[in-house]
Design a binder for this molecule. Structure first.
Ligand code: NAD
Ligand code: AHE
Ligand code: ZN
Length: 370
């Protein structure tokens, strides 16, 4: 079939909207019509050329929601008409990772996914002249239609709005899951969140749900304060306004350090500050942000010797096929909020403008509606 997609032809260049060829689903695969997709900073990171796994031409996008159009041979858990959210962290329920309760990092298709191809080693997308186009994070939601493995789709209820629940495909689940699944924050905790964007705001929302007493937000952009406060931030710190050490300031503000801190910026110096503002003896710091190729984190080992814990999280530790339908229920039941964070919607033709809004700090989440 033919479909319309935003194609990333090369790093550092705006995507181009074009008709592309899409082959139908092979065994174990599913053809999905994407109805809406969010723009996550990770898409921008890959488009910029900073992603060691970035390869072009590719169809980016990994925060979508849509409808099953066709199932390939052997698909048993989905049928035409089902509503689905694509999963860049699949859940095969069989590999040694899925069978280990300590991780959500299903590895069943990770190597081919990282190379931009389907599990059989080929791409379903091509240009009209036949040139193959790579998949991205196994999702490619910047295409109106895409093909995914069955294990990379969460089936969700049909009354949930696509233009809101697409955000559960990454940002919402990552932020709330970092608090609930990775940090396992206790009632009464003090948290510090670096970066009040599409992910950090959901960390804040997660901290409030977990019953944190103090939720400190740190961002260079004061325009983020209003939304962060709405979602539960109790204190705001702009590093530009702090005289002296930011870490010392945060330790004082939290009465000795954060029980839990989170990096949602992708900046390795921020990751260090996040670790070092955690409380001596027990503070845990969770890295969510994705750093560019070649970037490394560092700290004095004494920071860990004296009881701080440094850890990371992918997709908020969520097991997608199991957890994502529940998070959709939380949204539909009013337990979590999504709508205010979606500050802009646009047609696919304007997707590059969505990234401009991200760069200027004007948006929280932009959503493309097909
Ligand atoms: P975003 O652009 O919406 O938000 C980033 C925020 O960080 C902005 O508000 C910006 O002003 C702030 N910021 C930037 N530099 C800062 C600094 N030095 N100090 C304080 N604040 C600073 O991005 P997003 O979509 O929220 O993504 C955030 C990060 O999380 C990205 O690195 C993204 O790639 C990563 N991410 C990781 C996962 C995962 O599973 N681990 C999932 C989604 C996104
Ligand atoms: N390809 C990058 C790493 C990118 C990365 O860390 N991705 C996160 C999801 S970000 C979503 O917005 C993730 O899930 N990582 C686990 C995995 O297996 O990819 C690089 O540095 O090579
Ligand atoms: Zn993302």
């Amino acid at each position: 079939m033919r479909t319309t997609a935003a194609v990333a032809l090369e790093a550092g260049k705006p995507m181009e909207i074009m008709e592309v060829n899409l082959d139908g689903p092979k065994a174990g695969e599913v053809l999905v019509e994407i109805k809406a997709t969010g723009l996550c900073h990770t898409d921008d990171f890959t488009l910029s050329g900073a992603d060691p796994e970035g390869a072009f031409p590719a169809i980016l996008g990994h925060e979508g929601a849509g409808v099953v159009v066709e199932v390939g041979p052997g698909v048993t858990s989905l049928e035409v008409g089902d509503h689905v959210i694509p999963l860049y962290t699949p859940e095969c329920r069989e590999c040694e990772y899925c069978l280990n309760p300590k991780t959500n990092l299903c590895q069943a298709i990770r190597s081919t996914q990282g190379q931009g191809v389907m599990p059989d080693g080929t791409s379903r997308f091509s240009m009209l002249d036949g040139t193959p186009i790579l998949h991205y994070m196994g999702c490619s939601t910047f295409s109106n239609h895409t093909v995914l493995p069955e294990i990379a789709l969460a089936k969700v209820r049909k009354d949930a709005p696509f233009d809101k629940i697409c955000y559960i495909g990454c940002g919402v689940t990552t932020g709330i899951g970092a608090v609930m699944n990775t940090a396992k924050v206790e009632i009464g905790s003090r948290g510090v969140v670096f970066g009040l964007g599409g992910i950090g705001l959901n960390v804040i929302q997660g901290l409030r749900l977990a019953g944190a007493d103090q939720i400190v937000g740190v961002d260079l952009n004061p325009a983020k304060v209003e939304m962060a406060t709405r979602f539960g931030m109790t204190d705001f710190v702009n590093p530009k306004d702090v005289k002296g050490s930011l870490v010392d300031h945060l330790v004082e503000l939290t009465g000795g350090g954060a029980d839990y801190s989170f990096d949602a910026t992708g900046n390795v110096q921020v990751m260090r500050d996040a670790l070092e503002c955690a409380h001596k003896g027990w503070g845990e710091s969770v890295i969510i942000g994705v750093a560019p190729a070649g970037a490394e984190i560092s700290t004095r080992p004494f920071q860990l010797v004296t009881g701080r814990v440094w850890r990371g999280t992918a997709f908020g530790g969520a097991r997608g096929r199991t957890d994502v339908p529940k998070i959709v229920d939380w949204y539909m039941d009013g337990k979590i909020e999504i709508d205010p964070m979606i500050t802009h919607t646009m047609p696919l033709e304007d997707i590059n403008k969505g990234f401009d809004l991200m760069h200027s700090g004007e948006s929280i989440r932009s959503v493309v509606v097909y």
